[in-house]
Design a binder for this molecule. Structure first.
Ligand SMILES: [Zn+2]
Ligand SMILES: [Zn+2]
Length: 141
C-alpha cells in the first residue's frame, strides 16, 4: 500500500497493490497543472484508489483529445491525480496519480519510469531516463 497527500494535509490518497505502469510526461498540460517542467505519474486502477478529503475537480479536453478531469487540493492547490472521463460521465478504469505526492521516497526510488511520453516536447536540457521507453506524443492503444 502507498500513502500520500497534498502539501497542507487536507487530502490524503492511498492505493493498494502495484501501479500498472509509471510514466514521465512532458506535455504542456502537465507543465501547467503542476508548474514543473514534466510530471512523474503512477497509473493505478481507479478501484484501488482511496481518497479522503474533497479534491477540487477541473474538467478539460486533454492534448490527446480525451475529456479528462484533474483533481487538486481545494485548500493548497496540490495536483493529486487525473483520469479520462468515459462517455457515460464515469471516471476511466485507470487513474494517473502524481507520483510526487507519496510520502515515502522509497516508493519513488524503487519505481523508475517505464516510459516517457511527449518526448518531442521534452526540454532541451533534460536527458532521457535510462531504460525508459521513449514515446513521441501520446501512446496509441
Ligand atoms: Zn492541501
Ligand atoms: Zn502530460
Amino acid at each position: 500500500m502507498a500513502v500520500g497527500g497534498c502539501f497542507c494535509g487536507h487530502v490524503r490518497v492511498e492505493y493498494n497493490g502495484q501501479p500498472l505502469t509509471s510514466v514521465l510526461c512532458h506535455c504542456h498540460d502537465c507543465r501547467k497543472l503542476t508548474g514543473s517542467p514534466y510530471t512523474y505519474n503512477f497509473v493505478v486502477k481507479t478501484a484501488d484508489l482511496k481518497i479522503s478529503g474533497s479534491p477540487k475537480e477541473v474538467p478539460k479536453t486533454a492534448d490527446s483529445g480525451n475529456p479528462i478531469k484533474n483533481y487538486f487540493c481545494p485548500d493548497c492547490g496540490t495536483p493529486l491525480f487525473g483520469h479520462k472521463i468515459k462517455s457515460d460521465g464515469e471516471p476511466d478504469d485507470t487513474t494517473v496519480v502524481r507520483a510526487g505526492i507519496f510520502d515515502d521516497d522509497g516508493i519513488l526510488n524503487e519505481r523508475k519510469p517505464e516510459a516517457e511520453i511527449y518526448t518531442d516536447r521534452r526540454l532541451e536540457w533534460l536527458s532521457p531516463v535510462e531504460g525508459a521507453a521513449q514515446i513521441i506524443g501520446y501512446p496509441q492503444t
